[in-house]
Design a protein around this ligand. Structure first.
Ligand code: MET
Ligand SMILES: [Zn+2]
Length: 772
């Protein structure tokens, strides 16, 4: 029998319960016990919900308050030195994720510890806490073994689950070496790590687990034969732990390719592959399984919100059943549903006001159902679920033939793009001279990345406006006051290039999506981004275009309040694309080009309105990079072209800024150069100086502001630590090009920390000027 399975369910709760409870805990409003109770309740609901949709293998251990990789590190006692003296428990785990700062009290000295690094999870907008390994790292299970505890918790409810753990190779490969352990080869830790996996697996087997899902997403990356040999030896050992235990190695987000080679030679029971991202890999993988191994087919898109074309998926399932027999086939979402919202049940507005589009959607709950329907069709014939299949076909056909997804004017404008629309008038050195002559700035100019604290008052006003409790004029008035407050604060701080603060924006892509055609918004389509932070990606369902200016009023108003330059603030096309749920009926590159034309119009209008500095944020350009290097060039060609299309419609004297964050930039260095921005502000505060040496090595010659402090943490950086960072940067970056700024926007912070941090930041720039 084909099994209906799942790889992971969202942990945020259908109405973001987890986020709310975690934040209440941080605020001291609820106890640790209350937090745990809330989680127990949510996990039970999730398991029951998946059961109710008809899944037979339901994951456990997929829950997390902050991040599952962080939990995994803690479970294996991979805790950096600086956190080890903290008491075991949620507070310590949260400290690892977000840093901790507490003033001294009569009995306790002050606490001030930097968070562990956070990185994007493959090409998603989910962020994981990067494990930090030391030379002689010791691994052991603590008193609490999260995976085991959650398996038992489900068992107590009468639900037999499939425990999920991050596999040993991906755990090591996704990690980094601690500061005190330079030169450590992460893979060399495998021999000391494996016994702890063995211990965990035998405990799970004792507890009654049969299938266990071991995630090895690094198998979809470029890999060397040496590393594959380690997969081979590791899984040979792990598969021998218990005859009761069946290991399913799970890969997702791309094709496994030739990395599949070791699978048939190790006694693991099965392999999961992503057939949404890489449908072409089916035959190759089937040919590389042993005679008994199960293939788990990722047929339902775990990263998007569209209904699955069940007819197509069924054909793939049938081919697999034909080749392997139904006992060797599982049906599953392509990856954990962590990246999909929880349920359509609360999308009341879409259901009533946008019924046409609503009918095209499926969230996690509905996707579990799709998995079930496919499984039924494979086991009992399509007739057994004919009504479901027919309804699905109607939705799929309706979407394909809808008149609301195509706009011929947009298509024509795309056809007419010429190469001149992809370049600035002059090269950077000449622009830099013109810009300096037109509007000189002090050395080491200071600026911020755009957003300032999104205070309770701002959120309240926005919610009142949404609910109709205040009218548009009142809301606009409120925003104006916020802008004025923000501009005044920056003048008091003596920053050089100011921003209006983005008070009117809730989310940097949603804001533009709301003002563009081709988008629609959900009420409850939340997905986890980092820590307790969730995002609600807009949905791009049709051709995108700009009807009216989107940011001119606020920017021009902000400029009118100051004689310092005001930076206009836009979200770039690639980021709009990456952080939306994108239609899957035309290529992403085409959607991106449509977005670029819309942003281009806005850039030109800002310039016309007298704005000299314009920032087009592309924080997500790196995360869109394909996972295999052979696919890089194609992506970077269209992505950078889209950025150029959006930014090059201006005069040489207009200063184009861009901003990127949370990524490793080395592998897109040439693309960054080709983006030809006048100023690039990048996240760098937590990572090392490797990226800066790359900028030096390649002779990057434009303005650059590697963040001097980490905005994801509430701690206030001292003048000294930021000065040290800036001094280190000056070893790589010519003084004339160095900007001083935080590493990202300040919207998640409070005004008190922001004022203190920026006071210190401005002092750093002044100290640099004084010693120049
Ligand atoms: C994630 S990048 C954020 C850039 C945006 N301008 C901000 O300051 O919030
Ligand atoms: Zn950023």
């Amino acid at each position: 029998m084909v099994q209906a399975t799942n790889l992971g369910f969202p942990r945020i709760g259908a109405q973001r319960e987890t986020k709310k409870q975690v934040e209440n805990f941080w605020a001291g409003k609820i106890s640790e016990q209350a937090l745990d109770e809330a989680a127990v309740k949510l996990r039970a609901e999730n398991w029951k919900l998946q059961q109710a949709q008809g899944l037979s293998q339901i994951p456990s251990g997929d829950f997390s308050f902050y991040d599952h990789v962080l939990d995994h590190s803690v479970m294996f006692n991979v805790i950096p030195q600086r956190f080890r003296h903290l008491a075991i428990g949620h507070e310590r785990n949260f400290a690892i994720g977000r840093g901790i700062q507490k003033p001294a009290t009569e009995t306790q000295p002050k606490v001030d510890i930097e968070a562990q690094e956070m990185k994007k999870w493959f090409d998603t907008n989910y962020h994981y806490i990067v494990p930090e390994f030391e030379t002689n790292q010791s691994f052991h299970l603590g008193a609490q073994i999260k995976t085991l505890d959650e398996f038992n918790e489900a068992k107590a409810l009468g639900i037999h689950t499939r425990p999920v753990v991050l596999g040993p190779l991906s755990f090591l490969l996704l990690g980094k070496t601690a500061k005190n352990s330079h030169g450590l080869d992460l893979i060399s830790l495998l021999p000391s790590l494996l016994p702890v996996y063995e211990e965990l697996f035998s405990k799970l087997a004792e507890a009654g687990a049969d299938w266990i899902q071991v995630d090895e997403p690094c198998l979809v990356l470029d890999t060397t034969p040496a590393v594959i040999a380690h997969y081979h030896s590791a899984y040979t050992r792990l598969a021998a732990v218990s005859p009761k235990l069946k290991i399913l190695i799970a890969t997702y987000f791309g094709r496994i390719g030739n990395n599949v080679s070791f699978i048939k030679d190790v006694p693991v029971a099965g392999l999961h592959i992503d057939l949404v991202r890489a449908p072409e890999q089916l035959e190759h993988v089937i040919a590389n399984l042993s005679q008994t191994q199960v293939l788990s087919l990722g047929l339902v898109d775990g990263r998007n919100i569209w209904k699955t074309n069940l007819d197509n998926a069924l054909k793939i399932g049938q081919a697999a059943v034909k080749a392997l027999g139904s006992d060797r086939v599982f049906v599953a979402p392509s990856c954990s549903l962590l990246h999909t919202p929880v349920t359509l049940r609360f999308e009341k507005r879409l259901a009533t006001k946008h019924a046409e589009l609503f009918d095209w959607l499926a969230y996690s709950e509905e996707k579990c159902k799709e998995v079930h329907v496919l499984t039924q069709a494979l086991n009992n014939g399509a007739e057994s679920v004919q009504a479901e299949l027919d309804a699905n076909k109607r939705s799929i056909d309706a979407r394909r033939t809808s008149s609301h997804t195509t706009n011929s004017a947009v298509r024509q404008r795309l056809e007419a793009i010429v190469p001149d629309q992809l370049r600035r008038r002059s090269a950077f050195p000449s622009r830099q001279a013109d810009q300096h002559a037109a509007l000189p700035l002090p050395a080491f100019p200071t600026t911020t990345i755009g957003s300032f604290p999104q205070t309770k008052e701002i959120r309240l006003a926005r919610s009142k406006f949404t609910k109709g409790e205040i009218n548009e004029a009142e809301y606009n008035d409120f925003i104006k006051k916020e802008i004025a407050f923000c501009v005044k604060a920056q003048e008091d701080l003596d920053l050089d290039v100011l921003v209006h603060g983005e008070a009117e924006r809730n989310d940097m892509v949603a804001y533009f999506g709301e003002r563009l055609e081709g988008y629609i918004f959900s009420e409850n389509g939340w997905i986890a981004s980092y820590g307790s932070r969730c995002v609600r990606p807009p949905i791009i369902f049709g051709d995108v275009h700009r009807v009216n200016p989107m940011t001119i009023t606020e920017t021009v108003y902000a400029q009118s309040l100051t004689s310092k330059p005001m930076k206009g603030m836009l979200t770039g096309p690639v980021t709009c694309l990456q952080w939306s749920f994108v239609r899957d009926d035309i290529p992403r590159s085409v959607v991106c080009t449509q977005l670029a034309l819309a942003i281009r119009d806005e850039v030109v209008d800002l310039e016309k309105a007298g704005i000299v500095h314009i920032q087009v944020d592309e924080p997500a350009i790196r995360e869109g990079l394909p996972l295999r290097s052979v696919d890089f060039d194609y992506y970077l060609q269209w992505a950078v072209d889209a950025f150029l299309l959006s930014t090059t419609g201006v005069k040489d004297t207009t200063v184009i800024h861009t901003h990127m964050c949370y990524s490793d930039f080395q592998d897109i260095f040439q693309a960054i150069v080709r983006m030809d921005a006048d100023v690039l502000t990048i996240e760098n505060s937590k990572s090392d100086m490797r990226i800066l040496s790359a900028f030096e090595k390649h002779g990057y010659n434009a303005g650059i502001g590697p963040g001097v402090f980490d905005i994801h943490s509430p701690r206030v950086p001292s003048i000294q630590e930021m000065k040290e960072r800036a001094d280190a940067m000056l070893q790589y970056i010519p003084a004339r090009n160095l900007w001083i700024n935080p590493d990202c926007g300040l919207k998640t912070r409070g005004w008190k920390e922001v004022n203190e941090s920026l006071t210190n930041l401005v002092a750093v720039a002044k100290a640099l000027r004084a010693s120049a």
